[in-house]
Design a protein. Structure first.
Length: 171
């Protein structure tokens, strides 16, 4: 049985087909960012085998691709959850208690800054500098939808509604 690390280094035939599809849809003149954005969209993150694959198909080195992936926050080199929770840490949210909310949320989901994705890959928690909705402070965003004027209880209720929805999809 392969470990998760080994699985991330080896592409399945299905994954290779998806990678080939990215290149089939784009000419070689397209930028590295476009390839990476499409890989991220296909897999939810940029796996190590994708970096190797892109390097083999383009003039970009693996180290340059890795540098781009780790520089831009839109990319992840670790698998992310189905639901992305962004906790606002802007000034208004910070004053409104976002730091405490973030700690409570990470504790509730059993994640931390080092491992922000739940084991079941239902959630990933990402701190952000500002969501731009200061009048709703403290706020969070789940999959692009903003939730404001949060309390610990209301935040947990929102998250649990997404968990229930994810459970219904599995059944």
């Amino acid at each position: 049985m392969q470990t998760q690390v080994e699985e991330n280094l080896t592409a399945s035939p299905e994954d290779l087909a998806l990678m080939e599809d990215v290149f089939r849809k784009n000419s070689r003149e397209n930028s590295l960012m476009i390839y990476l954005q499409q890989v991220q969209a296909q897999f939810g993150y940029v796996p190590p085998y994708a970096i190797k694959y892109i390097a083999e198909r383009t003039l970009f080195s693996e180290s340059r691709i890795y540098g781009v992936v780790t520089f831009y926050t839109q990319f992840s080199i670790k698998p992310v959850g189905k639901n992305i929770i962004k906790i606002c840490n802007g000034t208004a949210c910070h004053v409104g208690g976002s730091k405490v909310l973030g700690k409570k949320l990470r504790s509730h989901l059993k994640v931390d800054d080092e491992n922000p994705t739940t084991e079941d890959r239902v959630f990933t928690v990402q701190p952000v500098a500002c969501l731009g909705c200061c009048a709703l402070a403290p706020a969070m965003m789940v999959n692009g939808r903003v939730y404001g004027k949060l309390t610990v209880d209301s935040m947990i209720d929102v998250v649990e509604s997404y968990r229930k929805a994810a459970e219904l999809e599995v059944v």
